[in-house]
Design a binder for this molecule. Structure first.
Ligand code: NAI
Length: 702
């Protein structure tokens, strides 16, 4: 059966593993550590060998082979790159996710290469390491596919700076295999003979572990957490019990080349090795394995976002139409191309796209560029922008329209196809770019202000629609030196406001660790703050159904306008609920009495007796209660013709569903937790007709 070429883009994992210090020590013993490296073998002050990483995600390596349908008779671990972002804790949980990124053809009888890239995070979501694993499919070449780019490491001709000699025991594979790779080739003499070898072989990754120890001992002794990157190519098999030499050349500060040879035959068993090391990393936010689209990334702030995202491991689509400051002109490929080149020159990955965000077709093309190049979209920064400032009377329709088309419609055009992909993936980060001109107003910018405030509205609703899929949508109002601001900012401010100062806030909002959605932040020159829509607590002027007069409003303007006790709302229904509650001063005082219910079941059993038939005239409603946690369950209550029926279970068409945890529900029913407080604190979630939920307080007296 041939290789499955459509495996490119297929997901690897998620693989979740919980490990203890014993797994760490077992691995260290498996790669030859002992009393001379007690830090890897003793649970007291235990350190983790960086190469433990690949051994602990061995299943991902197997998945690459299975998903790409490699002929198992010819499967070999070809190359391995590991990038270490954070020291591996001595125990915990690791979750690994990735995808098959490439399949290369070396030619008939020469084999094929299948590349899988994965990222492993710890239980707190911290990125621990990235693995780029190349499986060599010896028997699968010759399908007329592209060959892999050549990446030859030039091992210096001079003597190595370090030579570390080891002799793995002749039983070494028996110990190493307990760390996960139980392939018969390394244990079963018959299988080994059948595969053309005189006896079971060393695991390539076991020799790799010996090499890793040698590299750490030579270059960062006692500090394995200083390893940054380890790359190598597996070249020859090795039998257990044969002495090996790891030869190391220091080539620059924090950079070394290495290889491991069979000390008896001189054969190179692991070649093309690179080892990078440096200071112990702090808690760094990375974007490995993530794909980011930045619109208008050919210049200004967008360019700064793109460069830093690439530096932190993201793959980029650099979109820029390349027109004039006012959006006029034919457009140009140069701004986007220059940024792509700057990223590639530093070893990053990026593709250019020259579409205008101002059309739906352009937006679709931008997202298609990401899918074609990288197969996914995780991050979208809507940043493209133009200006056509005029005072309002002089604001001709074409200037109004052009600015709305790029800023507001542009964000719609690109976000819509991106949101679809993110929804399918169950993950996404979207940043809108507003402006202080929109949030607060600025003379001569009615078009720009309207568009920029429109983006806040777009965010407000998109955050609700994206919530369920872990799509977080936030907005930034930057202040930065760029061609948009060069003639409006005073020179001393222009000199200070480098676009790079905006980057940290936006990249945090784009990261997995972003804790918020639906927020607005000002960012410039290193200053950051949050802006929000605040709503005052207001006042009720209507008395006994009378419509208030204009004069009533005039008199009450102080109370109407007061913001001292104002608050933010997360969605419309919360504001309506407050408005409706303002009419019923007793509303927050629900369930004053302590009835002493100890189970949810007791509450629902008491519900028919608590029903106030006289308050139910004309009421026709079904309430569904979903009470979660211990002693929880589902109950529904049908109110019709001044009667009340309570049943356990789920109703097919409730008008209003109330969701609570058992403990909170009992607190509320026992009068400890006011209903309003339960709702505003998120302990009571109301779905469906929120207004009807207000009836409950009138319909029941517990
Ligand atoms: P910039 O002019 O340096 O960068 C904007 C980029 O967007 C340009 O490279 C341009 O070619 C590209 N672009 C324009 N129309 C496009 C279209 N239809 N399709 C694709 N690309 C297009 O400006 P800057 O300052 O970097 O602005 C970035 C964003 O920040 C804009 O949305 C702007 O409104 C916003 N902003 C900037 C402020 C500042 O102080 N620089 C203040 C407030 C908001």
């Amino acid at each position: 059966m041939a290789l499955n070429l459509s495996a490119v883009g297929q997901e690897l994992g998620p693989l979740t593993k919980t490990y203890t210090w014993k797994d760490v020590v077992l691995y260290a013993l498996g790669v030859g550590a002992g009393f001379s490296n007690l830090e890897y073998c003793y649970e007291n002050r235990l350190k983790v060998l960086p190469s433990f990483s690949i051994a602990s995600i061995f299943e991902i390596l197997a998945e690459i082979g299975v998903k790409s349908n490699v002929n198992l008779a010819g499967i070999l671990h070809g190359e391995q790159e590991l990038v270490f972002h954070h020291p591996i804790p001595p125990e915990g949980t690791m979750t690994t996710k990735g995808q098959i990124t490439h399949i290369y053809d070396k030619g008939r009888d020469k084999g094929a290469l299948v590349v899988g890239e994965s990222v492993t995070c710890d239980g707190d979501g911290r990125t621990l390491f990235t693995s780029i694993c190349t499986v060599f499919a010896r028997l699968d070449g010759g399908f007329d596919g592209p060959d892999a780019p050549k990446q030859n490491v030039q091992i210096p001709s001079r003597e190595p700076d370090f030579i570390v000699e080891n002799t793995p025991s002749s039983d070494q594979p028996l110990l190493y295999r307990l760390s996960g790779d139980i392939f018969s080739l390394h244990v079963d003499p018959d299988f080994a003979k059948h595969s053309g070898f005189e006896k079971p072989l060393m695991h390539g990754l076991c020799t790799h572990g010996f090499a890793c120890r040698a590299l750490v001992d030579s270059l960062v002794p006692g500090e394995p957490e200083k390893a940054r990157r380890m790359v190598c190519r597996f070249t020859k098999p090795l039998y257990p019990g044969v002495p090996i030499q790891t030869q190391i050349w220091q080539t620059a500060d924090g950079h070394a080349l290495w290889r491991t040879i069979n000390a008896e035959s001189g054969d190179v068993v692991i070649d093309q090795g690179i080892f990078e090391y440096g200071p112990i990393p702090t808690d760094i936010i990375r974007f490995d394995n993530q794909v980011a689209v930045v619109t208008g990334a050919g210049a200004g702030i967008g360019r700064a976002y793109a460069l830093e995202l690439a530096r932190r491991g993201a793959k980029l689509v650099i979109n820029d139409f390349g027109g004039a400051r006012d959006g006029m002109g034919e457009g140009s490929v140069s701004p986007a191309d220059a940024v792509v080149k700057a990223i590639q020159d530093k070893g990053g990955t990026a593709v250019a796209n020259y579409d205008s965000v101002a059309t739906a077709e352009g937006g679709a093309n931008i997202i298609r560029a990401a899918l074609d190049a990288f197969g996914r979209v995780d991050i979208l920064i809507n940043n493209a922008g133009i200006l056509r400032d005029k005072s309002f009377i002089k604001m001709a329709p074409e200037n109004w329209q052009a600015v709305l088309d790029v800023h507001l419609n542009g964000a719609y055009n690109v976000t819509r196809p991106a949101f679809k992909v993110m929804k399918t993936n169950g993950y996404g980060r979207i940043v809108m770019t507003t402006s202080a001109a929109g949030l607060y107003g600025n003379f001569g910018q009615t078009n720009y202000s309207a568009a920029k405030m429109g983006l806040v509205g777009l965010m407000n609703t998109l955050k609700i629609e994206g919530c369920k899929y872990d799509i977080r949508v936030n907005t930034v109002a930057p202040i930065a030196a760029s061609r948009l601001t060069q003639d409006v900012m005073p020179p001393e401010l222009f000199a200070k406001a480098k676009p790079e100062y905006v980057v940290p806030m936006v990249l945090f909002l784009c990261s997995e660790r972003c804790p918020v959605s639906g927020q607005i932040y000002n960012a410039g020159m290193g200053f950051f703050n949050r802006a929000a829509v605040i709503t005052g607590s207001g006042t009720v002027l209507a008395k006994e159904g009378q419509i208030p007069t204009v004069e009533d409003v005039q008199t009450a303007m102080g109370a109407i306008s007061a913001l001292e006790t104002g608050k933010e709302y997360e969605e419309l229904s919360q504001q309506i609920l407050d408005m409706v509650s303002a009419f019923d001063a007793s509303a927050p005082e629900v369930a004053k009495t302590s009835s002493g219910y100890s189970t949810a079941e007791m509450v629902f059993a008491a519900m028919p007796q608590a029903f106030q038939a006289e308050a139910a005239a004309g009421v026709d409603v079904v309430f569904q209660f979903n009470i979660s946690g211990e002693d929880g369950g589902d109950w529904f209550c049908i109110i019709k013709n001044e009667s009340c029926r309570v049943e356990s279970g789920t109703h097919g068409q409730p008008e209003c569903t109330l969701k609570m945890r058992t403990a909170d529900f009992l607190d509320m029913m026992n009068g400890v937790l006011p209903a309003m407080q339960a709702f505003t604190s998120g302990k009571l979630v109301i779905e469906g007709d929120i207004i009807k939920s207000q009836l409950i307080e009138k319909l029941f007296s517990f």
